[in-house]
Design a binder for this molecule. Sequence first.
Ligand code: IVH
Length: 679
Amino acid sequence: MIFAMDNELPLGLEQDDIWQGFRNLEAAITRHDGLYYGKSSPEISDWEYDQLKKKHRELLKEYPFLRTQASAADVGDDRRKGFRKVPHRIPMLSLGNTYNADELRAFVDRVCDSCGAEVSFVVEPKIDGAALSLIFENGALVCGVTRGNGSEGDDVTHNAKTIIGLPHSIERKDFPALLEVRGEVYITLADFEEINDQRQREGLDVFANARNLAAGSLKLLDPKLTHQRRLRFVAYEIGSCSREFPKHEEVLYFLEHCGIPTNVHRVAQNFADIWSAVEYYDRERRSYKFATDGAVIKVNERALRDKLGAISSAPRWAMAYKYCPERVVTRLLSIELSVGRTGIVAPVAHLEPIPICGTIVRHATLHNANEIARKDIRVGDFVVLEKAGEVIPAIVGIVPGRRPIDARPFIYPEFCPACNDSLKRLDGEVAYRCLNPNCPPQIARRLEHFASKQALDIDTLGPQRIEQLRDARLLERFSDIFRLTKAALLQLPNTKEKSANALLEAIELGKHRQLWRLLHGLGIPHVGAQTAKLLTRRWSSMEALMAAKLDELQSCEGVGNIVASSICSFFGDPANRQLIGELAALGLSMEDSIKESNSADKASFFAGKNFVITGTFRAYTREELKQRIERAGGNVKGSVSAKTHAVLVGESPGSKLADAERLGILTLDEEQVVALSGH
Ligand code: IVH
């Protein structure tokens, strides 16, 4: 019997299914490895290939017994017949990769947890070419080797010497006796096009992309042919070296000073820096001469790299973040209308589900009626969908040649799809609005906005919870939130003591937010978060703001005439004045000093409970916040579990925030901890 004891295998036939599925997956990976590495002519996109590898890793993790049979290569194999094989003194590993910002954050957290404060990172573009190791002995380029299977590669020295801009000898006193430079061989996009044009003129097959051409050209047997391919090189690492470099950034500077073409890079201290560099290289990459498909994030301190080590095929000190495939084509099944908090009725495209970058996309925004008409988008069309970074996908156009004969133009309705009130276009606006303030989806969206992170930030009071509370007739107006009782919550389906308590505590915290948050949450037309902040800087209490005259509001910096009259008419409405009165009576802070709870509350909030801290903070260090919690009787733990009472979240939080969200645990910010723990 092959099955080990440590798996949780389903019984019977399913075992065979798993085996069979795994074998098929391995066969597919092996085939695509051969096409990619061996023949330099892949049939599937990198993204699809990465998904196969991801599935392979997941199966091995879930069913450890499969490991006995696993054969798919971890790093691929680009060795070819006809070349001398050269062992790598230090293995040429592959890189772990992700398309997901949270997974990158988890990598950064892992590294920081293992290395402590002294770690920094270097972020570089990930060049989409072929890996090459160049050995310099006493300043002379003596050998060029492909990655091969990671342990040994093909000797391609004769081809490496044709690389444009690569020095064959370096005369510097400080040049190490032995230096192995690792980097990527590429062909510029301009050269690629020219080479393909020429091949087309000669009736030859064209190359699918610049990477395949570079990889293929590096492994030609005749260096004269390779020379015609105009290969170039960018260095991004060193392998064996007879000199110590404490930091990776120093390696890059040194190589650059030696005249070796070197990758651009940015040094980053934390996740926020890393992410901004990743986004920067995503914006810049269109202007590069070579193709890039992501960014590589590496530990800067070389001693820490040694400490972190490697798993079978990839180092623990580096990770590739790969950019999404940006555009895909799918079919527009229908256009539905969604009513927003301000009554705008926006068209939403319902699509034939399609994966972009790891998430299945089913909906996309169509903006407004004018946009649909301008792009002549019809139900049934094949549409081009674009997803840049993490933003909501948008339809950028249609594929005219694939329009079905029965594709129908979209006719905007005259009535609100939710409440049947007639739709209006206000002067100067492209959007249609439902002007009925009691329209049910508008109420739901207003409540969602009021409780959202951008407003009162009431943790766990999200769209689903709001819908559930509205179905139970417990929630209709903002003030109802603060009338919720534990007894009422416990009547709701799937609501246990713990989640009821968490919600009530979050509501309690929501009462004491800064005034701009409440003001923003009220949803006064034209008053966004920025305007709310400007207003509360000048009027630090709701009472004072409500008493402000139109001309006073107009004279406030950043508040124009439209905003000022919108505020006046909002507070002039008796129903709104009554709402504010109710909220004040229910205990919401109506002025900008964080109310301090009395010491008994403070003691009971922290006493005997467990807290976790993640991210960086503005006014206090982590240690200071830890001490505050401990002085108030709380315990600070390193990881989030079901026993955690609340997580203190700063800027650039780590995976602990995701853990808290997953477990429905309360989150606090710095101000709240300070207010609740007293001075
Ligand atoms: S560092 C231990 N940095 O991507 C691996 N690799 O998919 C160290 N690549 O094998 C590699 N740009 O061929 C590194 N800036 C960069 C890179 C880069 C492209 C390639 C490299 C690597 C592959 C992994």
